[in-house]
Design a protein around this ligand. Sequence first.
Ligand code: FUL
Length: 502
Amino acid sequence: MKSFILILSLTLVAPVVADAQLKLREQNLPNPDNEPAPVHPVPHPRQLKWQETEFYAFFHYGMNTYTGREWGYGNEDPRLFAPTAQPDPRQWLEVAARAGMRGGIAVVKHHDGFCLWPTGTTEHNITASGNEYGRAVNIPADFAAAAGDLGMKYGFYVSPWDRNSEYYGSDRYVREVFLRQCAELAEYGDDQFEMWFDGANGGNGFYGGRNDVVSVDRNTYYDIPNLRDSIHRVCPDCVMWGLGGESRWIGNEAGWAGQSNWSTENRGCAPEGNGMYGSEDGWIWFPGESDAKATDRGWFYHDGERVLSPERLFRMYLETVGRNSTLILNLPPDRSGRLPEATADSLAALGDLLKSRFGNDLALKARVCADSERKPGRHRNYKAGNVTDGSKDTYWATDDSIEKAVLTLSWRQTQKVHYVELMEYIPKGQRVKKFRIEVSADGRTWERVAENVETSTIGYKRIIPLNGSTSDSYGKGYDVRKLRVVIVDSKACPLISKLSVY
Ligand code: FUL
């Protein structure tokens, strides 16, 4: 009887002990999830969130809207700012949302120095404007409130260059005007996603009546490191664009990024240079943003301007968002403080195009497999199926030694396909250097597609038109039973978080 009780208790206790031992061993393992090592540099979490914004609007509205200029001199009478109706930032953002955008940046001070909020830093602001509509508006407040209601991201453009301020060029301007203006703007919401600092700096201007030419070294003059730290204390997710050093100018204003485009760079704060392409061996994470106009004249509204066609805007989307850049598309409100109807219509049609072309992911009904899968860890696996599971936190990976690999989708029935979209798991760095896409109509023989496209980098997102053209019409598409992505070269084992087919 005694030995029976002993055996029984040993049988009950043994699994508990074994489990505890296993847990202890796991805790001591250096990498229980078998996670791949990062390839540096990697994004800051705020840059990651920012890259996820992808497509957002720019709204150039202010004194220039009423003078017909692009760069005001700084001597404009504040009374010239006289909206013909109550400016309506909510309508601006509604138009953006309809186009499929996830947020917007409102210009609240351009180079002319006129501030669209009641600032304590200068009298050159809306409280001195020409009518009740002008005096009643507070663009940062109204814009932030509308964004909150519509569930959109928001931020502000504040020009460092100020052609109105008498102090421009001295320390006093930086301390008492510019940094304070940024601080005031930060108070309009701690969830801002971007602050935009233009590269245009110094030159001639009114400067409080001095009518002078002032030049500054924009890399040192504005005390950017201090500004960045201070803003981040209040708005932790606010990426400081351009001069701010957290995301870079794409190097043109025509709405395109390089086909090969690294989110890594070697430069510090200077926003120009290798903007379109980034640098493969870059030592900072400095992802590109492409600023482009949706209209055919300036950044600000001009009589007689025309909005670009939805197809042209769709092409811009493919050549920016589809090439590892964000797209900030400018929509200029007119003198009533609203976006003209033609702009709203074209943008709505763009939204429809994006939905009809990218609304039905055919990869979701495909069988997914890979020629190689990384060994799973205790809480994480690296299966091929992770590329279609809808989660941005999972990914397909290979073992460390494998930098060439093939991901294949197969369908029971023939599918009509036009685009392939790929996303790398960038929290661990941008890796892929070369890949190709092949399709099979019969499930046995393979044909390479988009051969004229540089299928080099992927990054946060890459969209490949299978007919190789971003500018042509949508085309007839390809009939396929199977499709494969062949990763040919990568800085380290590739990590793919999403593969979509449209
Ligand atoms: C430029 C500015 O000088 C333009 O006026 C505009 O604001 C554009 C987005 O950036 O550098």
